[in-house]
Design a protein around this ligand. Structure first.
Ligand code: FES
Length: 138
Protein backbone atom coordinates (compact mmCIF):
# COMPACT_ATOMS: atom_id res chain seq x y z
CA UNK A 1 0.00 0.00 0.00
CA UNK A 2 1.45 3.37 -0.95
CA UNK A 3 0.02 6.29 0.95
CA UNK A 4 1.68 9.65 0.57
CA UNK A 5 1.43 12.92 2.45
CA UNK A 6 -0.20 11.69 5.59
CA UNK A 7 -2.64 14.25 6.98
CA UNK A 8 -2.38 14.55 10.75
CA UNK A 9 -5.04 17.21 11.19
CA UNK A 10 -8.48 16.03 12.25
CA UNK A 11 -11.28 17.05 9.89
CA UNK A 12 -13.00 20.26 10.90
CA UNK A 13 -15.22 22.74 9.17
CA UNK A 14 -12.38 25.20 8.74
CA UNK A 15 -11.81 26.07 5.16
CA UNK A 16 -8.37 25.70 3.71
CA UNK A 17 -6.83 27.32 0.72
CA UNK A 18 -5.67 24.95 -1.97
CA UNK A 19 -2.58 25.37 -4.08
CA UNK A 20 -4.76 26.87 -6.81
CA UNK A 21 -6.14 29.49 -4.40
CA UNK A 22 -9.66 28.05 -4.01
CA UNK A 23 -11.15 26.66 -0.85
CA UNK A 24 -10.75 23.02 -0.01
CA UNK A 25 -12.44 20.73 2.43
CA UNK A 26 -12.07 17.24 3.81
CA UNK A 27 -14.17 14.36 2.56
CA UNK A 28 -14.04 11.33 4.82
CA UNK A 29 -14.93 8.09 3.07
CA UNK A 30 -16.71 5.75 5.45
CA UNK A 31 -16.53 3.21 6.86
CA UNK A 32 -12.81 3.28 6.09
CA UNK A 33 -12.34 6.78 7.51
CA UNK A 34 -10.19 7.57 4.51
CA UNK A 35 -9.71 11.34 4.48
CA UNK A 36 -9.16 13.11 1.17
CA UNK A 37 -9.29 16.73 0.10
CA UNK A 38 -12.11 18.15 -2.00
CA UNK A 39 -11.85 21.41 -3.89
CA UNK A 40 -14.82 23.74 -3.50
CA UNK A 41 -17.48 22.86 -6.07
CA UNK A 42 -16.12 19.47 -7.06
CA UNK A 43 -18.63 16.67 -7.27
CA UNK A 44 -18.22 13.75 -4.91
CA UNK A 45 -17.62 11.58 -7.96
CA UNK A 46 -14.78 13.84 -9.12
CA UNK A 47 -13.18 13.69 -5.67
CA UNK A 48 -13.48 9.90 -5.69
CA UNK A 49 -11.91 9.64 -9.13
CA UNK A 50 -9.00 11.88 -8.16
CA UNK A 51 -8.33 9.76 -5.12
CA UNK A 52 -8.96 6.35 -6.67
CA UNK A 53 -11.97 5.66 -4.51
CA UNK A 54 -14.06 3.16 -6.49
CA UNK A 55 -17.47 4.77 -6.91
CA UNK A 56 -19.59 3.29 -9.68
CA UNK A 57 -20.84 5.72 -12.34
CA UNK A 58 -22.46 3.74 -15.12
CA UNK A 59 -23.97 6.69 -17.00
CA UNK A 60 -20.77 8.71 -16.87
CA UNK A 61 -22.06 11.26 -14.40
CA UNK A 62 -25.18 12.28 -16.31
CA UNK A 63 -27.77 11.76 -13.56
CA UNK A 64 -29.30 8.85 -15.44
CA UNK A 65 -28.46 5.67 -13.53
CA UNK A 66 -28.13 6.17 -9.74
CA UNK A 67 -25.11 3.85 -9.57
CA UNK A 68 -23.08 6.66 -7.98
CA UNK A 69 -25.38 6.94 -4.99
CA UNK A 70 -23.63 7.73 -1.72
CA UNK A 71 -24.87 7.91 1.83
CA UNK A 72 -24.08 11.21 3.52
CA UNK A 73 -23.18 10.48 7.14
CA UNK A 74 -22.26 14.07 7.98
CA UNK A 75 -22.28 17.31 6.09
CA UNK A 76 -25.48 17.16 4.08
CA UNK A 77 -25.67 20.95 4.46
CA UNK A 78 -22.19 21.26 2.98
CA UNK A 79 -23.40 19.87 -0.34
CA UNK A 80 -25.09 21.63 -3.23
CA UNK A 81 -28.86 21.82 -3.25
CA UNK A 82 -30.53 18.74 -4.67
CA UNK A 83 -32.09 19.35 -8.09
CA UNK A 84 -35.27 17.75 -9.44
CA UNK A 85 -33.49 15.31 -11.78
CA UNK A 86 -31.37 13.95 -8.93
CA UNK A 87 -34.38 13.72 -6.64
CA UNK A 88 -36.28 11.76 -9.28
CA UNK A 89 -33.38 9.32 -9.72
CA UNK A 90 -33.19 8.72 -5.98
CA UNK A 91 -36.97 8.35 -5.67
CA UNK A 92 -36.98 5.73 -8.42
CA UNK A 93 -34.80 3.47 -6.25
CA UNK A 94 -37.66 3.06 -3.74
CA UNK A 95 -35.46 1.37 -1.14
CA UNK A 96 -35.99 3.77 1.72
CA UNK A 97 -32.32 4.65 2.19
CA UNK A 98 -32.13 8.10 3.73
CA UNK A 99 -29.47 10.79 3.42
CA UNK A 100 -28.61 9.67 -0.06
CA UNK A 101 -27.16 11.81 -2.83
CA UNK A 102 -25.84 11.08 -6.28
CA UNK A 103 -22.07 11.43 -6.28
CA UNK A 104 -22.10 12.87 -9.78
CA UNK A 105 -24.53 15.65 -8.84
CA UNK A 106 -23.66 16.62 -5.25
CA UNK A 107 -21.01 19.34 -5.14
CA UNK A 108 -18.85 19.88 -2.09
CA UNK A 109 -18.89 23.19 -0.20
CA UNK A 110 -17.72 22.03 3.23
CA UNK A 111 -16.39 19.05 5.15
CA UNK A 112 -18.36 15.85 4.60
CA UNK A 113 -18.41 12.22 5.57
CA UNK A 114 -19.82 9.93 2.92
CA UNK A 115 -19.73 6.30 1.85
CA UNK A 116 -21.23 3.91 -0.64
CA UNK A 117 -22.84 0.54 0.01
CA UNK A 118 -21.33 -0.67 -3.26
CA UNK A 119 -17.69 0.03 -2.38
CA UNK A 120 -15.87 -3.23 -3.09
CA UNK A 121 -14.55 -5.07 -0.06
CA UNK A 122 -11.17 -5.25 -1.79
CA UNK A 123 -10.94 -1.48 -1.46
CA UNK A 124 -11.36 -1.76 2.29
CA UNK A 125 -8.67 -4.36 2.71
CA UNK A 126 -6.43 -4.12 -0.32
CA UNK A 127 -4.20 -1.73 -2.11
CA UNK A 128 -5.08 1.92 -2.23
CA UNK A 129 -2.43 4.08 -3.73
CA UNK A 130 -2.39 7.71 -2.74
CA UNK A 131 -2.38 10.45 -5.30
CA UNK A 132 0.04 12.87 -3.71
CA UNK A 133 -2.78 14.91 -2.22
CA UNK A 134 -3.34 14.93 1.51
CA UNK A 135 -4.57 11.52 2.44
CA UNK A 136 -4.85 9.48 5.57
CA UNK A 137 -6.63 6.62 7.22
CA UNK A 138 -7.73 7.52 10.75
S1 FES B 1 -23.18 8.33 -12.61
FE1 FES B 1 -25.17 7.84 -13.26
S2 FES B 1 -26.40 9.03 -11.95
FE2 FES B 1 -24.42 9.50 -11.30
Amino acid sequence: MAIKNIMVERPTNRTRTSIGGGKSFTMTWRPLNLVVMAEEGQTILEVCEENRIPLEHHCGGNCACSSCRVIVHEGMGALSTIEEDELNQLDDLEDGIENARLGCQARVYGDTQVGSPTTPQSFATGDHEGTGRQLSFK
